[in-house]
Write a protein that binds this ligand. Structure first.
Ligand SMILES: [Zn+2]
Length: 159
């Protein structure tokens, strides 16, 4: 059994060969071990959709362009941007977070299109949007174990 978090909610994942791809009943996910890629693809699409929604709903006025969204996989970062190509790269493992935490991560990256470095101005603007920035960053770290669990599942599929 693997303990997963998807959008901040806990799920218990079991492998089962009796399932064609996967099924979710309440908080239990049954996944065919040969269809991990299907499951991961759905998580990717979900994250992409959520990021697009966040950009449209929350940060539409902040940028004069629509950034491209790329889903990546990493142990090192949540997200980063490519200013020249107007791209946001977001780590698939961020799907573990609650929506408002994903929003916080996106906000941080969006602001980097305008303010390059983590200086005083950058931090001031962030704290206008998120007065409890420090708390949020502490909460993000509490998800590390779930990021690790999801990473292990993804690795299983690539072996
Ligand atoms: Zn940054």
């Amino acid at each position: 059994m693997i303990k997963l978090k998807i959008l901040g909610k806990i799920y218990y994942l079991f492998f089962s060969n009796n399932i064609s791809s996967f099924s979710i009943r309440k908080r239990v996910i049954y996944l065919n071990p040969n269809k991990i890629d299907v499951f991961i693809k759905i998580l990717e699409n979900m994250l992409r959709y959520i990021v697009i929604k966040i950009l449209e709903d929350k940060f539409n006025d902040m940028l004069k362009f629509k950034p491209k969204i790329n889903i990546t996989l990493s142990d090192k970062y949540y997200a980063y941007i490519d200013v020249n190509n107007k791209c946001i790269f977001i780590n698939l493992l961020c799907i573990v977070f609650d929506k408002h935490l994903i929003e916080y991560i996106i906000m941080h990256e969006i602001l980097h299109f305008i303010i390059k470095s983590h200086g005083k101005l950058f931090n001031t603007v962030i704290s206008w949007y998120y007065p409890y920035k420090r708390n949020i960053e502490r909460i993000l770290i509490e998800y590390n174990i779930y990021m690790k669990n999801l990473k292990e599942l993804i690795n299983k599929h690539s072996i």
